[in-house]
Design a protein around this ligand. Structure first.
Ligand SMILES: *Cc1c(COP(=O)(O)O)cnc(C)c1O
Length: 488
């Protein structure tokens, strides 16, 4: 399996381990497999057996061999076994599917160390990074931006690892008390938290800025773990397969492989749902992929109108599903590249030119846009604060299941689409975080506080490790340079 950048006119291909340690491609594009692997009934059967007999880690290792040909299969098995195990994950099953109501299910992805689905990718990434850095005798300094969950997930995956440091930018005051506590309580010297005077997109822009400075990147061995990293997206493909297997377990064996399920995916940077798109393209029986946004509905706008109009930082609302508060979706370029037949020149023009100059592009008149639903299975919907509250409350009252505000956005849209008959297959709503991370909203919705799992008790009382920085790239560079010794 070789990889190439969405914007590379010359179609230069690279191996998995070479892109593993990078963020954006040098041309500003995103890496994608040259071609997605295609799978059939035999693969689905093998995966079901693997999952049922040997567990999630074994399934993951098998799926990942389709994408990674420069790590021996035996090593990959060990890597996955270390990434997906208890007590790092609080559930033996790692990923669960439970019934919510009618034809709606919850895909439990948040049993990892930070109680968010991002651990599913990040725990694997931590292992892959350590493995590959050792092999190359290199060090890596991870620079990332987070609106809450990515950062803590990355820090918990990388803390204490030899040869790895983490510099994480957060939008000051825009995370919940629990999220802040999770990140800022980390005392490991290889983890540096920075609170930027701005919103998440400002943080992300700084990261992109630094990454464009190739000299700086090289001197300080800067890499990324934000959601544009291909390996993260790849890791997420596995749980779509796992959820499908678990939900179809009760189906008659002769019907299983033709039983499709749909997914409702609370979306921010389009990483999670893009993994679903790859799984579907490979041949996993997925009917609909439902892109769910909150009030920051850039993506819902695209899927309903064909116009992708990014917002400015000032136009980005701070909502009660904060991990979806984005104004441009950093992984979206990957799907558009597929939609437009991997036309690198056109992608370069849309994302490298039109979006920066005009602030939008319009595909409504392009024949490809008509295939977004018919061929790619996408639907979309939007949810507001009031919807979120009502959904959290009714799920709790009717089913005794407490969902976090992001998951609630997914459930809200899933209910609409099943009730209206638009979706006729079972919908798995991906649970992107546990309620404990968003206590205020849960309280507002249900009048009670979410349970705090044992492992998180007392976390908000620990000392905080964080530095305040202004909203500018140079200040961030200075902190990195002052913390590290140069590698060359
Ligand atoms: C990151 C995150 C999302 C959005 O995921 P993307 O991959 O950015 O689309 C949704 N909910 C929660 C809780 C998250 O942490």
């Amino acid at each position: 399996m070789r990889y190439l950048s969405t914007r590379d006119h010359d179609q230069t291909t690279t191996s998995f381990c070479d892109i593993l340690l990078e963020g954006l491609a040098p041309d500003g594009g995103l890496y994608l497999p040259e071609q997605y692997p295609t799978i059939g009934a035999a693969d689905l059967d093998r995966w079901r057996n693997l999952l049922n007999e040997r567990g999630y880690a074994a399934l993951a290792a098998d799926v990942l061999t389709l994408f990674i040909d420069d790590i021996p299969a035996e090593d990959l098995k060990d890597i996955c076994a270390r990434a997906y195990c208890t007590p790092k994950f609080s559930e033996d099953d790692i990923v669960t599917v439970k019934h919510l109501e009618d034809d709606i299910y919850i895909g439990g992805l948040s049993y990892g160390p930070t109680a968010a689905f991002k651990d599913m990718a990040m725990q694997l990434l931590g292992e892959l990074f350590e493995y590959e850095l050792k092999r190359r005798n290199q060090v890596l300094n991870i620079l990332g931006a987070t609106s809450g969950d990515t950062g803590s997930s990355a820090e918990y995956a990388m803390r204490g690892r030899d040869g790895i440091s983490v510099f994480m930018l957060t939008p000051r005051g825009r995370m919940t008390a629990f999220q802040q506590a999770q990140m800022f309580s980390i005392a490991d010297p290889n983890v540096v938290n920075m609170a930027v005077d701005g919103v998440f997109d400002d943080c992300q822009d700084i990261v992109k800025d630094v990454s464009r400075d190739l000299q700086f990147k090289r001197t300080w061995s800067i890499g990324a773990v934000n959601s544009i990293n291909w390996a993260r997206l790849m890791a997420q493909i596995v749980y779509y397969i796992c959820c499908w297997i678990r939900l179809t377990e009760q189906v008659d064996p002769s019907q299983r492989n033709t039983t499709a399920v749909s997914f409702a995916v609370p979306t921010g940077n389009f990483g999670d749902v893009c993994a679903g798109h790859v799984a579907r393209t490979m041949g996993v029986p997925i009917d609909r992929l439902i892109v769910v946004t909150n009030e920051n509905d850039v993506l819902n706008e695209f899927f309903t109108t064909g116009v992708y109009r990014v917002r400015s930082a000032e136009q980005t609302l701070a909502t009660s599903s904060p991990s979806m508060d984005i104004s441009k979706a950093s992984n979206f370029e990957r799907f558009i590249a597929d939609l437009l037949g991997r036309d690198a020149a056109r992608i370069d023009d849309l994302f490298g030119n039109q979006l920066t100059v005009e602030g939008y592009f319009d595909l409504s008149a392009d024949p490809a846009f008509a295939t977004v639903e018919s061929e790619y299975g996408f639907l979309s919907g939007r949810s507001t604060h009031q919807d979120r509250l009502a959904t959290i409350r009714t799920s709790w009252e009717n089913s005794g299941i407490m969902v976090d505000p992001h998951t609630a956005d997914g459930v809200k849209v899933a209910r609409e689409l099943t009730a209206g008959g638009t979706v006729t297959t079972p919908i798995i709503c991906l649970e992107t975080a546990l309620p404990v991370k968003f206590a205020d909203t849960i309280k507002e919705a249900t009048g009670r506080l979410p349970d705090t799992p044992e492992r998180f008790q007392g976390i908000e009382d620990l000392p905080r490790h964080v530095v305040d920085v202004p909203n500018d790239t140079q200040s961030v560079k200075d902190i990195i340079a002052n913390t590290l010794t140069p590698q060359e």
